[in-house]
Design a binder for this molecule. Structure first.
Ligand SMILES: NC(=O)c1ccc[n+]([C@@H]2O[C@H](COP(=O)([O-])OP(=O)(O)OC[C@H]3O[C@@H](n4cnc5c(N)ncnc54)[C@H](O)[C@@H]3O)[C@@H](O)[C@H]2O)c1
Length: 261
């Protein structure tokens, strides 16, 4: 069959997006709206229950299908309840976007002083959260003949960038391993590594007058900062039939920061 643009559509599919209900202009919100615009029913999942409901209501008000669910991705029972809520509302799960993470609220302390509690919490949310959410939805995906898992890593995983970067680099390892294990079930697993994104959280962490922006301007092939919406096209590729043969990959969406010397 020849290629058709409809292969990017997600009509009839069910997508779960974690970390989609937090700070106002978030990447998770852009992902949830983008998946809904492509036709998917969306489970907007976040620790912040009110925020998840707000984004779900925004999708429904725009004519889409969505529910808001509270989840703590670091808690196995909570991830199983999220999967159960998705199945109850929409019959199953086809797409999981592991986007929830600690980024602003994370310890960037010196390795000599960082508390082991902070260290474990960062890994519990940013790495183990993706494992628990994946395990919670894979049986449903398998039963539906396949699925898509997309892990939100970061361009910050690749230069030395402290505890946050280490958790995100570990997530790349989880991505390739899940891809290998679940490939025969028709489940792909890929990662998106954004550069510096002007989400509300991103602007909090890196204000416009930060010296880091000057560094990015010198090292990026293109403009140094992107908008949450500029990640959505890559997500739709990885979540749709158009990306059915892509697995185990990390796609950098970063204005060419990955090309830095
Ligand atoms: N903004 C950037 O520049 C940038 C760059 C690269 C990667 N990222 C990644 O993109 C993703 C979204 O970033 P953002 O800028 O929208 O930040 P954000 O802080 O708005 O989003 C993170 C979300 O995760 C949720 N969360 C935190 N702990 C949770 C838990 N235990 N269970 C469930 N939800 C939890 C928060 O409530 C929040 O809604 C994150 O994975 C982040 O690491 C962001």
């Amino acid at each position: 069959m020849s290629f058709n643009l409809d292969q990017f559509r997600l009509d009839g599919k069910v997508a779960v997006v974690t970390g989609a209900g937090g700070r106002g202009n978030s990447i998770g919100r852009a992902y949830a709206l983008g998946l809904a615009n492509a036709g998917a029913s969306v489970v907007v999942a976040d620790l912040n229950e009110a925020g998840a409901q707000t984004v779900a209501e925004e999708i429904v008000a725009g004519g889409g299908k969505a529910i808001g669910v509270q989840v703590d991705v670091a808690n196995e029972a909570s991830t199983l309840a999220m999967a159960a809520a998705a199945i109850k509302a929409f019959g199953g799960v086809d797409v999981l976007v592991n986007n929830a993470a600690l980024m602003v609220d994370i310890s960037y302390d010196n390795f000599e002083t960082v508390s082991m509690d902070a260290w474990h919490k960062a890994f519990a949310v940013n790495l183990e959260g993706a494992l628990l959410c994946s395990r919670a939805v894979v049986p449903s995906m398998r039963g539906r003949g396949g699925g898509r898992i997309v892990n939100q890593t970061s361009g910050g995983a690749f230069p030395a960038s402290g505890l946050y970067g280490i958790t995100k680099l570990a997530l790349v390892g989880l991505t390739t391993s899940l891809a290998k294990q679940f490939g025969k079930d028709g489940i792909t697993c890929n990662a998106i590594a954004p550069g510096n994104v002007k989400s509300d959280a991103g602007k909090l962490l890196v204000p416009d007058d930060s010296p880091f922006i000057q560094y990015l301007s010198m090292t990026c092939a293109m403009r140094p900062r992107g908008e949450p919406d500029e990640l959505v096209g890559t997500l739709l590729l990885l979540c749709s039939e158009a990306g059915a043969w892509i697995t185990g990959q990390t796609i950098h969406v970063d204005g060419g920061w990955v090309l830095r010397p």
